[in-house]
Design a binder for this molecule. Sequence first.
Ligand code: URA
Length: 205
Amino acid sequence: GTTIPISSEQAAPERQQPSSLDECRRCDLWQNATQAVAGQGARRAKIMLVGEQPGDQEDLAGKPFVGPAGELLDKAMDEAALDRRAVYVTNAVKHFKWEPRGKRRLHKTPAQKEVMACRYWLETELETVAPDVLVALGSTALKSILQTGSATMKDYMDAPFEHEGRWVVATYHPAYALRVPDRESRQAAFAAIVEALKTAQRLAR
Ligand code: URA
């Protein structure tokens, strides 16, 4: 075959567009993470669940939502009669952002510039999976989907809305339903997540 020689100048943009998530240098979060965590699930799922970023356990396992928040999400999916294998589960940000706190790695909320840098990968997932419905699990997911750091949950939680030809259902992050101090708020948050998953199923064609 013919190879067309390219100058280093022409090759440069390619270096900024890493072909693999593991080699991503679009922001600095790769430096302190064990590995990048890609989404997981059915390749043509009608529903895509979008979380924030891998947590401690996800960072080690290389899979999304396998820690405590994932357990709660599984319970909510059970209750909504939604099979995890039928959906696609991913995160707005693919590397775990944390700071040391004693022996623990304390989760840090990603900055909007990191969310936007990682939007590139969510976009590839959106193109591949082509879901009808996105479930935004918490504010970071919402800000990624809407591509604006000023989006607030309270403006988007009440009803599903259409965005770029898809339905978006915004609800609490599962970790929120684990950590709110009082039991009633935890139960209410869990119930809201279940409702959001049911809504997503109704909207999926
Ligand atoms: N929280 C998230 O947002 N995503 C995960 O994968 C795990 C915890």
